[in-house]
Design a binder for this molecule. Structure first.
Ligand SMILES: [Zn+2]
Ligand SMILES: [Zn+2]
Length: 236
């Protein structure tokens, strides 16, 4: 990385560590693992290409001090039965139009959906049936990147990604450069209710993971060209 760029990235940015509550969550909460998704009116619970409803892994209100996305409601869904790493498809120097619906080799469509909702004031009646509902707490901290321009390896929103490999940027189909929003650490396991079908490639019978347990960096469109205009970068 050029030296000038490195200096720029050493600025402390507002970050919020995402902490998972220990007690089971009873009823809707805006910041949760599992639970009742808060979706915009007219936004259906997303489904996988296989027809199964996607599991709500987590959702949270993006704090107001986070650039571009403060005040948005972020929801991360992923299929129980399909588990792979993401593979970005490009066309003419940008992600393909409606890249959130593009085929994901070997699958004919994506097995996840990440949404940024701006009018999500009401929870769905139905609760996420597999991922155990827990409350999420956001704890603000100022994150000063390392000399290499890297942030902490944390479950966090905002701050600076900790990039397991080289920093990765993507251009939205609308032409905007996607901006980093949220990071899920490598091998994070999400507890599920007992007796459910096991997820392929997850570590435990009673947990699911996302994207084969890769570290996940959510890059989103600052132009909000579509609620699903978010690309989950996977690295390990
Ligand atoms: Zn599926
Ligand atoms: Zn866009």
């Amino acid at each position: 990385m050029p030296e000038t760029e490195m200096r720029e990235t050493r600025v402390a940015l507002p970050a919020h560590a995402i902490e998972v509550g220990t007690a089971p969550l009873d009823g809707p909460a805006r910041n949760s693992l599992g639970g009742h998704p808060f979706l915009d009116a007219g936004q259906d619970w997303p489904t996988c290409f296989c027809g199964e409803r996607l599991a709500l892994f987590f959702q949270l209100d993006v704090p107001p001090d986070i650039a571009h996305f403060g005040g948005d409601h972020l929801l991360v869904f992923h299929c129980r039965a399909h588990n792979e790493a993401t593979d970005a498809t490009y066309e003419g120097g940008a992600l393909v139009p409606r890249y959130w619906e593009a085929p994901q080799d070997p699958y004919p469509g994506p097995f996840w959906r990440v949404l940024l909702q701006r009018g999500a004031d009401r929870p769905t009646e139905e609760c996420e049936p597999s991922v155990r509902a827990k409350r999420l707490m956001l704890r603000p901290y100022a994150e000063t990147p390392s000399a290499r321009g890297l942030g902490r390896q944390d479950f966090k929103v905002g701050g600076t990604p900790s990039w397991a490999q080289d920093p990765e940027g993507h251009t939205c189909a609308c032409g905007a450069e996607l901006e980093y929003l949220c990071q899920v650490p490598e091998d994070m396991e999400f507890e599920v209710h007992p007796g459910l079908p096991e997820q392929p490639y997850s570590v435990g019978a009673d947990t699911y993971n996302m994207f084969l347990g890769n570290e996940v960096y959510l890059l989103a469109c600052p132009g909000h060209c579509d609620p699903a205009a978010v690309w989950p970068v996977n690295q390990n």
